[in-house]
Design a protein. Structure first.
Length: 216
């Protein structure tokens, strides 16, 4: 019976010192060790194939080694592709998660600002106009706005012309009516001139004083 020996160790030189294997030794390494494992573990199969320790570094070992290296290269390519796919999935998931997080943060900020504005509007100080005493020009200006159809506004120049008063006087009148929340300012007239419309409080004030607007 042929003596079973292990393949030569390419990492140890003949004098017992460590060495770096050559290209040929690297190449035959998987073939030699597969022949050794087959011979030691499955001697019947090895005898059937006619291989043994004499094939170390030979044609059969070279063919087995070549097959192993090709399979290793294919496995490396497949593993690299799988790693890239995994990295792409993780990266896309991370970017999508960050985009969703940013969207939720923006929505939270928007809702927080909206609730803050709502609270500010609810807590905004109001002026009790039930007992407010209006001057003659203030009453005339308010009554003039009562004649407007809903959605229309009067520019300052129109009010000055209609009431036949000076511009600086009517501005003081309009500012006080705005402070009382009977009028509200908007943009109207020519060249973006400030205009005023009647508020709901203004309509209620007029109804309270029997001066109902013509277009409620």
């Amino acid at each position: 019976m042929e003596t079973l020996t292990t393949p030569p160790n390419p990492f140890v030189a003949a004098d017992g010192t460590l060495t770096i294997p050559s290209f040929e030794e690297w190449f035959f390494l998987p073939g030699d060790w597969l022949i050794y494992l087959l011979t030691s573990r499955l001697p019947g199969v090895a005898d059937l194939l006619g291989i043994g320790p004499d094939d170390y570094g030979g044609t059969m070992a070279g063919f087995i080694a070549w097959t192993c290296w090709v399979l290793l290269a294919l496995a490396s390519i497949a593993l690299t592709a799988a790693v890239r796919r995994f990295d792409r999935v993780v990266t896309d998931g991370f970017l999508h998660g960050m985009a969703e997080l940013k969207r939720h943060v923006r929505m939270a900020i928007v809702f927080a600002r909206y609730r803050q504005r709502q609270r500010a509007q609810r807590t905004e100080p109001t002026v009790d106009v039930e007992d407010a005493a209006l001057s003659r020009n203030e009453a005339r200006a308010l009554a003039l706005h009562a004649k407007l159809a809903p959605g229309f506004a009067l520019a300052v120049s129109d009010i000055v012309e209609e009431l036949d008063v000076r511009a600086h006087e009517i501005r003081t009148v309009l500012e006080r009516l705005q402070e009382l929340k009977l009028l509200q300012s908007t943009i109207g007239g020519l060249d973006g001139e400030t205009a005023y419309t009647l508020t709901a409080a203004g309509r209620a004030f007029l109804r309270m004083h029997h001066a109902r607007p013509e277009h409620a």
